[in-house]
Write a protein that binds this ligand. Structure first.
Ligand code: ATP
Length: 201
């Protein structure tokens, strides 16, 4: 089995590239989906979040009010660290389980770990994996973010500014997929990465 990490910046095209890799035959483990799963209604992680941040973070149906939580931690690094300490170990454990499950089913699979926050937060075990970084210029990120999430320029800028500049992540990349162009150009690059993965020992 071959493990690689996939990362990028907000709206840079990680999901799009993950889909292309899946079409080529990769197994994709989506850290964001697992992060949503571990805080689902009734979970131990959600109980800890409520104990730490207060019951006002629950919606009437018992689900986490993700928007409210995001606002709480947005400009408060200590709160963000508290939240990460609750969520990250559980996501790592779920990722490990998913990888084990794939290994037993498809021992020769290429497994792509889609980890948006790789290189933004400390994730020691994952940082040593060969990484695919999906790049788009800040202007393209803003345009696609505005369009996808129906945001104003200011809202999109605020979200982009909250992240480490994507350019700084490029030094960690084994492969860079430049997603500033159209989908065909991106698909051609993804195919090259896929072929390199098949060749690599
Ligand atoms: P996030 O981390 O914010 O969820 P992401 O990195 O997963 O984003 P995507 O959702 O794949 O990014 O892409 C952002 C938006 O841009 C989507 O609406 C997607 O359809 C669109 N998009 C991605 N790549 C291209 C491209 N090459 N050309 C045009 N639109 C694109």
């Amino acid at each position: 089995m071959k493990l690689v990490a996939l990362t990028g910046g907000i709206a840079s095209g990680k999901t799009t590239v993950a889909r292309m890799l899946r079409e080529l035959g990769a197994e994709v483990v989506d850290a964001d989906a697992l992060a949503r799963e571990v805080v689902s209604a009734g979970s131990a992680a959600l109980q800890e979040i409520v104990a730490s941040f207060g019951p006002e973070l629950l919606l009437p149906d018992g689900q986490l009010d993700r928007r409210k939580l995001a606002e709480r931690v947005f400009s408060d690094p200590a709160a963000r660290a508290r939240l990460n300490a609750i969520v990250h170990p559980r996501v790592r454990e779920r990722m490990r389980q998913e990888v084990d499950r794939i290994r037993s089913r498809r021992p020769d699979a290429v497994v792509v770990l889609d980890v948006p926050l790789l290189f933004d937060v400390p994730l020691p075990e994952l940082e040593s994996l060969p990484a695919i970084v999906v790049y788009a210029s800040p202007r393209t990120q803003l345009d696609r973010l505005r369009e996808r999430d129906r945001l104003t320029e200011e809202e999109a800028e605020r979200r982009l500014r909250a992240q480490r500049p994507l350019r700084e992540k490029l030094v960690h990349a084994r492969w860079v997929v430049d997603n500033d162009g159209d989908l065909d150009r991106t698909r051609a690059q993804v195919r090259e990465v896929w072929e390199a993965l098949a060749r690599d020992p």
